[in-house]
Design a protein around this ligand. Sequence first.
Ligand SMILES: [Zn+2]
Length: 151
Amino acid sequence: MPISYRQQILCKVAESCRIVTMSNKVLLELAVKARQNAIAPYSGFCVGAALRATDGSIYTGCNIENSTLGLTICAERVALLKALSEGKRQFERISIVTDTETLTPPCGACRQLLWEFCGNIEVELANLHGKSETRTMLELLPLPFDSRSIG
Ligand SMILES: [Zn+2]
């Protein structure tokens, strides 16, 4: 028996949802993997991030500390700067992974750059034990400063 047009549409929606769910899982897995490259001899706090552009390409990052401490760069900014330097300008989601019981949101500096270059993307916060939640950038930075702020 042929399936109805409505059923065909529902199948297409289900398929696209499955693809998005799968790709979100892959994004998280890449963030977990990126975390393994963290250079955090001073804090011992290792972070991984994976940023997905709208074309599906993914850029990963880990936090990188150095002896000045002040020049430490976060995993989120490493991923973002890698993507920007490769010419990417449109993004849709970032996964951020730490090994903490309480999920770790991006710091203020990362929120600023993520907002300016990514807009209101999805931000997944996760730990290594399967806990995660997804927010939007506007939830994390509700009154952002950006180019509109300086006329
Ligand atoms: Zn940060």
